[in-house]
Design a protein around this ligand. Structure first.
Ligand code: 4NP
Length: 157
């Protein structure tokens, strides 16, 4: 594929084992279906889970939607990502603030946004972290991430 015109998307949460991993899986599956020349990756602002696979419930909910994220591994946000990606979406305001701090002078405001700013009908712009609750939360978050990823596709395809 033409690498020059490739669009690069990065999805960011805290641990890169729940929200941004599910979002990566969802967006990648849409990209594949539509044969878009996009690269989609995810990471977390904390290195606590670096090298680990996604949370069991993230893997389970994704699998029930025919998306396999079981072989993904958690990686940590780096300031260089501000240059390497074209669009960077954050799951919540804390992730956004932490990444801004890590980035220092590399921060690129025009590429950075909260994912839920794409959904006009959602008041709270933070994707709830399902890590702190039961499995039900993963289903709720997955649905919301699907709607947001549809908006990414609509906006940039
Ligand atoms: P995520 O969820 O940011 O959606 O991957 C979390 C995963 C792990 C932790 C917090 C949130 N943790 O504290 O270890």
């Amino acid at each position: 594929m033409d690498t020059k015109n490739k669009k690069r998307f990065l999805l960011v949460c805290l641990g890169n084992i729940c929200r941004s991993q599910m979002a990566e899986g969802i967006l990648k599956s849409k990209v594949k279906k539509l044969k878009l020349n996009w690269d989609v990756e995810s990471c977390g602002t904390s290195n606590e889970h670096e090298g680990e696979p996604p949370h069991d419930s993230s893997i389970k909910v994704a699998k029930e939607n025919n998306i396999d994220i079981s072989k993904n591994i958690s990686k940590t946000f780096k300031k260089e990502y501000n240059n390497e990606f074209d669009h960077i979406y954050y799951m919540d305001e804390e992730n956004y603030k932490d990444a801004k701090e890590i980035s220092g002078s590399s921060w690129n405001q025009s590429k950075s946004d909260l994912l839920l700013n794409l959904l006009d009908d959602v008041k709270d712009k933070n994707v709830t972290d399902p890590w702190y609750g039961g499995e039900d939360g993963f289903y709720v978050v997955f649905k919301q991430l699907e709607r947001a990823c549809d908006k990414i596709v609509e906006k940039f395809k």
